[in-house]
Design a protein around this ligand. Structure first.
Ligand code: NAD
Length: 490
């Protein structure tokens, strides 16, 4: 069984750590590879940081137009290899092939936006702020930066950061999730071919100890983290205490409000896709579906739509939903459904005990619908991260807004309505960083920041778009005096 290598200074090298954990196909339990895991990975981090710091000296001085050229090559290679990468995502992460293809597309779009860095990095200039004095701002890179990514989008999330970081002149270390490291192994085989100097991009495998080594290493100047809120808070605190710039995107519990004037057919289709897409393992998955007023028709329609959803092995294209990531995750989701029952909820549709022929060992849970969760219970505010919808009935838009704004997450809030005035009120007053109006997954395109709020984000500048350019650069102000009397007369 292959033990995965790190990619350091443009070479594939074995880890100093001999301990490993298994990378497991969640649909079959087949072990796909072994990934280095343990305290010895701190030595790997050190090697990568030293290589990246050395590479930074030349890379940061290269003109920005030259720094983006490898990204054009990367875009072409990603496009040419998209199907192969998508299949790897499905094998190690479980999602359907269509979802994996969509994920790669989102990664490519970030490369495209980062190719605009020569424009995006331009700054401000004020002529003559005093007699013969000009003032301007330049953006310079930070140094070595690192990304710690989660399991649920192994192909996309590193791209919220890497292309922007290197285009702005930084060098980089990626630590993928130890649950799904194979996708980035494939991507780094492409990165090898794009003509980057040694040490500009590095890949180090591992888990907690690897993360801690990244957070503590003095050469590393900035950390981008995406994962659960508990770890996001920890990474933000430890990284900041070590003087690093940190952006840490966390978990979510996304509310969707449906008003009586919403288009039922369209809303039902979109909401079902949002709740059950990626088996609910999305930080932008709808979770609490709040109907305002009578909910009879929509409840029925959501039930029928959820029940129809096909669940099974992601590489079989007839399946719309794959397994959850691990046995532990399946057990956790099922125990949250049981907890909901004990809190007084009714299980309208029960996806536990899903039997998928030929995949009896897979971590499958079929679409589940809960109704009647108490507003002051635990499950209603817990990120389930599985294919579970909770139906909540409230009386007014204001009650729905109160419910949303009392929640401790703020990743996304959506409204389904025909009324522009209600939509306008909602987008203005809902305390969440990504708002959808008649949209179920308000995922910002690459040119916009991924704007989580509250416990869904720790930091100031988010991933993607202009925020990424700002995160990966520090501003320098220059004030220059050139008295006109000094001008030579020629
Ligand atoms: P996770 O927090 O368990 O792991 C994320 C990363 O942190 C991994 O690389 C892991 O190795 C590392 N890690 C885990 N435990 C650690 C510890 N104790 N100390 C230091 N590092 C540790 O998250 P996950 O289960 O991989 O991903 C799912 C979570 O990510 C969900 O909560 C989801 O909402 C969130 N997520 C958020 C966004 C967003 O943009 N806000 C996007 C995707 C996923």
């Amino acid at each position: 069984m292959e033990i995965l290598s790190n990619y350091i200074n443009a070479k594939w090298v074995g880890s100093k750590e001999t301990g490993t954990i298994d990378v497991v196909n969640p649909a079959t339990q087949e072990v796909l590879a072994k990934v280095p895991y343990g305290a010895g990975t701190a030595t790997d981090v050190d090697k990568a940081a030293v290589a990246a710091a050395e590479a930074y000296k030349q890379w940061s001085q290269l003109p920005v137009m030259k720094r983006v050229q490898p990204l054009y090559k990367l875009k072409q290679l990603l496009e040419a290899n998209a199907e192969d990468i998508a299949r790897t995502i499905t094998l190690e992460c479980g999602k359907s092939l269509a979802e994996s293809r969509g994920e790669i597309q989102r990664a490519i779009e970030n490369v495209e936006v980062a190719c605009g860095t020569p424009m995006l990095i331009q700054s401000e200039f004020s002529e003559n702020i005093a007699g013969g004095v000009d003032e301007f701002m330049i953006r310079q890179p930070l140094g070595v930066c690192a990304c710690i990514s989660p399991f649920n989008f192994p192909g996309m999330i590193p791209f919220w950061f890497i292309p922007y970081a290197i285009a702005t002149g930084n060098t980089y270390i990626l630590k993928p999730s130890e649950k799904v490291p194979l996708t980035m192994m494939k991507v780094f085989k492409l990165i090898e071919q794009i003509g980057l100097p040694e040490g500009v991009i590095n890949l180090v495998h591992g888990g907690k100890e690897t993360v801690d080594a990244l957070l503590d290493h003095p050469e590393i100047k900035a950390i981008s983290f995406v994962g659960s809120s508990k770890i996001a808070r920890y990474v933000y605190g430890r990284g900041a205490a070590n003087g690093k710039r940190v952006q840490a995107q966390g978990g979510a519990k996304n509310p969707v409000v449906v008003l009586p004037d919403a288009d039922i057919d369209m809303s039902v289709q979109i909401i079902t896709d949002s709740v059950y897409g990626c088996a609910g393992q999305r930080c932008l998955a709808a979770s609490n579906i709040i109907t305002v007023g009578d909910n009879g028709t929509i409840k029925e329609a959501l039930y029928e739509s959820a029940k129809k959803r096909t669940t099974g092995f992601g590489l079989d294209e007839s399946n719309e939903m794959g397994p959850v990531i691990s046995k532990e995750s399946k057990a956790r989701v099922e125990s949250l459904i049981a907890q909901a029952e004990s809190e007084g909820a009714k299980v309208l549709l029960d996806g536990r005990k899903a039997a998928i022929t030929g995949f009896e060992n897979g971590n499958f849970i079929k679409p589940t619908i809960l109704e009647g969760l108490p507003l002051n219970g635990e499950v209603i505010k817990t990120e389930i991260f599985g294919p579970v919808m909770s139906l909540i009935q409230l009386s007014t838009v204001d009650e729905a807004l109160d419910f949303i704004n009392n929640g401790h997450y703020g990743n996304m809030a959506c409204l389904f309505t025909n009324s522009g005035a209600n939509a306008r009120k909602f987008r203005s007053l809902a305390n969440a960083g990504n708002i959808g109006i008649n949209i179920g997954v308000a995922a910002p395109m690459a040119q916009f920041p991924f704007s989580g709020w509250k416990e869904s984000f720790f930091g100031d500048l988010h991933g993607q778009g202009r925020h990424a350019i700002e995160f990966f650069t520090q501003t320098k102000i220059v004030i220059e005096r050139w008295p006109k009397e000094w001008a030579r007369k020629f």
